[in-house]
Design a protein around this ligand. Sequence first.
Ligand SMILES: NC(=O)C1=CN([C@@H]2O[C@H](COP(=O)(O)OP(=O)(O)OC[C@H]3O[C@@H](n4cnc5c(N)ncnc54)[C@H](O)[C@@H]3O)[C@@H](O)[C@H]2O)[C@@H](O)CC1
Ligand SMILES: Nc1ncnc2c1ncn2[C@@H]1O[C@H](COP(=O)(O)OP(=O)(O)O)[C@@H](O)[C@H]1O
Ligand SMILES: [Mg+2]
Length: 287
Amino acid sequence: MPPPLPFPTRASDAHKGDLGRVLLIGGSRGMAGSISLSAIAALHTGSGLVSAAVPDRCLETVASFHPCLMTIPLKQNSQGQFCTDAVSELTQRIGPFDAIGCGPGMSTSEGAIEVVRLLLRQRNRKRVFDADAINCLATMGWPTTATSDAGPIVLTPHPGELLRLTGVAPSERDGQIDAAQALAAQHNVTIVVKGGPTVVVAPEQRWTNDNGNPGMATGGTGDVLAGMITSLLGQGMSPWDAARLGVWLHGAAGDEAAKTHGQAGMTALELLLAIPKLTAAYENGTI
Ligand SMILES: NC(=O)C1=CN([C@@H]2O[C@H](COP(=O)(O)OP(=O)(O)OC[C@H]3O[C@@H](n4cnc5c(N)ncnc54)[C@H](O)[C@@H]3O)[C@@H](O)[C@H]2O)[C@@H](O)CC1
Ligand SMILES: Nc1ncnc2c1ncn2[C@@H]1O[C@H](COP(=O)(O)OP(=O)(O)O)[C@@H](O)[C@H]1O
Ligand SMILES: [Mg+2]
């Protein structure tokens, strides 16, 4: 299948400020890798400036994974997860960002829930909720709140997270997709229903991806996808377009990684490092 839409082009006089300032929020002690994968994926997907907001004790770890990342330390509880004081600091810092991705490795601490509440109030900002941000939404009863327009949001649940959001079991694949679409309609958002294949749903539309492979069933590949979609939102795409192109590029990068490393041998890191092959192929006109 060809890509669902072209990759964003950059003007010859583009500067980093034109290409999206994005923020990835998450991580906790023991899960510093997840938010790092998301943030580095955003860099490789073309974002001009990428920052990661993490609990203070994860900061050196996250910063040391990639020299191009900026980091924002937030207050933490005794387990190295966001505490409620993290929210006031974050409120001061989120002003400049074109898109924000939240959730990988974040935990569902009280502070994490408050971070998600803060992001829900940012109705004009493009946001991605993944992993624990989705678990926080489930905990706070968001799926059953009154019909609303939540603004530009992409949710990226795997089947286990979708069960928490909708009550429909992973064994009911079609039921999960229907429930996701009903939820998308209720809040006017886009939902990436992950799996093999992944299906993207919006209130009135469905799109099924057809690349990717079971080598992607390895910890961290979803964290990479969250960063890629956040990056595309930050480069000006709509939630529907960013979700479809992100899922397609992610699957294609997974196929590249499997070609070189095999399905068993590949990890989320090889998928992440295959992203530039795809963006280069767009630039060379070979896809
Ligand atoms: N390097 C890291 O620090 C990593 C941290 N991670 C973080 O770990 C935390 C927990 O996330 P997990 O996703 O591991 O745990 P979850 O408890 O959310 O999900 C795992 C469960 O969901 C169900 N599930 C998932 N995919 C399914 C599928 N395709 N079909 C059927 N059932 C499925 C299964 O019941 C599975 O046991 C999150 O914060 C996540 O971001 C993970 O992203 C892995 C990598
Ligand atoms: N069998 C498969 N075929 C295609 N894609 C898969 C398969 N298994 C997993 N994936 C993809 O890998 C990613 C896994 O995401 P997720 O479960 O959130 O991982 P993590 O939280 O560990 O980063 C999703 O994008 C999913 O579609
Ligand atoms: Mg995940």
